[in-house]
Write a protein that binds this ligand. Structure first.
Ligand SMILES: Nc1nc2c(ncn2[C@@H]2O[C@H](COP(=O)(O)OP(=O)(O)OP(=O)(O)O)[C@@H](O)[C@H]2O)c(=O)[nH]1
Ligand SMILES: [Mg+2]
Length: 221
């Protein structure tokens, strides 16, 4: 396709997404399932963080996702800002069988809102719904909490590959909406470098290397 104008249809968006949450809740499993359709029954603790990419096409708009899967162990907590800084979206994961892990999500919400305000799309994810018999976090409580902090709530099973595509697709749509709103807010939109509050990278046509791009984010869900 020829390069579309700034108001044209052929754009590609680069978004950075970070996964946060207690150890063992299934962050790595969600990312591996989403990017490589793999699942491992064993828990291999993530050290510091790991990085995967995914390309999507949403209604003709190309999206390059840079996904940062962080370490849940408490000793890595202080590294959080390195990964959530400049993120367009954050996926805060808890294990539905583990109440403490839900508490930890609340702590992340507080930290992210304090550090980034509303400029990040928040997703709260109850993972391991295949273990519903052992559920220790009430659905209503979790959904109510998410709503109260302007986040969206999702249920997933990395094991059974449930809810994951929907989660990422929905998040991408929200991030696109936010980027577009930023563009409009910036006025004519003829300057692709200056589109977003915090520099969402919107590139006409040819995608560049999928380097992480910083950017502003959500005001709505
Ligand atoms: N039953 C079930 N087990 C899951 C699911 N997702 C992950 N697990 C298991 O939970 C354990 C932890 O998964 P990980 O993805 O390594 O967890 P993590 O959040 O990345 O952990 P850290 O890297 O230590 O922060 C592994 O044994 C997975 O197989 C799920 O949806 N259902
Ligand atoms: Mg991990």
């Amino acid at each position: 396709m020829a390069s579309g104008g700034a108001g044209g249809g052929s754009k590609s968006y680069s978004f950075k997404v970070v996964l946060l949450g207690e150890g063992c809740v299934g962050k790595t499993s969600l990312v591996l399932r989403y990017c490589e359709n793999k699942f491992n029954d064993k828990h291999i603790t993530t050290l510091q963080a790991s990085f995967l990419t995914k390309k999507l096409n949403i209604g003709g708009k190309r999206v390059n996702l840079a996904i940062w899967d962080t370490a849940g162990q408490e000793r890595f907590h202080a590294l959080g800002p390195i990964y959530y800084r400049d993120s367009n979206g954050a996926i805060l994961v808890y294990d539905i069988t583990d109440e403490d892990s839900f508490q930890k999500v609340k702590n992340w919400v507080k930290e992210l809102r304090k550090m980034l305000g509303n400029e990040i799309c928040l997703c709260i994810v109850g993972n391991k719904i295949d273990l519903d018999k052992e559920r220790h976090v009430a659905i209503q409580e979790a959904e109510g909490y998410a709503e109260s902090v302007g986040a969206k709530h999702y249920h997933t099973s990395a094991k059974l590959n449930k809810g994951i595509e929907e989660l990422f697709l929905d998040l991408c749509k929200r991030m696109i909406e936010t980027a577009q709103a930023d563009e409009r807010a910036k006025g004519n939109g003829s300057n692709q470098a200056g589109t977003a509050r915090r520099g969402v990278q919107i590139v006409d046509d040819e995608p560049q290397n999928a380097a992480a791009a910083g950017g502003g984010c959500c005001s709505s869900g």
